[in-house]
Design a binder for this molecule. Sequence first.
Ligand code: 13P
Length: 251
Amino acid sequence: MGNWKLHTTRSCAESLAGAVVDVVTRENPPLEIALAPPFTFLAIVARVIEGSPVGLAAQDVFWEDEGAYTGEISAPMLADVGCKYCIVGHSERRRHFGETDHQVARKVSACLRHQLIPIVCVGESLAEREKGRAEDVVRRQVKAALVAVEEGQVVPVIAYEPVWAIGTGRAASPEDAARMSRVIREAVDELLGSNAGQRVRVLYGGSVNPGNVRGFAAEPDIDGALVGGASLRPDTFIPLVRAFAPGGSRR
Ligand code: 13P
């Protein structure tokens, strides 16, 4: 999944999505591929990817469906414009906008009420890692975000995105990311039971690029990648898609 964050213009969004659609339509890898443009370009990208295997994702959502909440965008609005996925609880939202675990949980519920697949982001800061608290932080974030998920509901996708690896060029090691993925699966199991930990899909995010993607794709516990910077150009995004396709680096 490409998270375009606060980047692109209307015409850049259109051509970037078009380039991804061209390759994915031609190669048709057995993967889920999605693009998360800024809100204002969702409708434009929806038109470009229509009928292709590329899915549409939002970068955030508000927890109420409608009402007097100036500036917010709701889950039914996102579903209406064609979104299949929604990123929730990205560390940039937690850090710059004070988003709490409780708010993240409400957003997850809003997504599930409207058949949007939440991509829940979790990950420790550098200070938390240095204090040896990375696993505890991630466990807490996972359990808090999924607290309202009921048995039988779609299990959200979880993205492990250590804060210190985002946009820094300093990715986690594939082994470490895979270990944290197992921590996430354990936490999901403890919360939801019924083997949910094995069914949950775990992505890694944080400075993924064509040079390091193979290591992540080779880890059976890492199901995909959530990509920022490298998703902004076809020549850096497409190699990531190929690496996760069977025969790429996947065993
Ligand atoms: P970068 O790939 O730019 O490090 O960003 C990762 C990310 O935050 C994706 O959501």
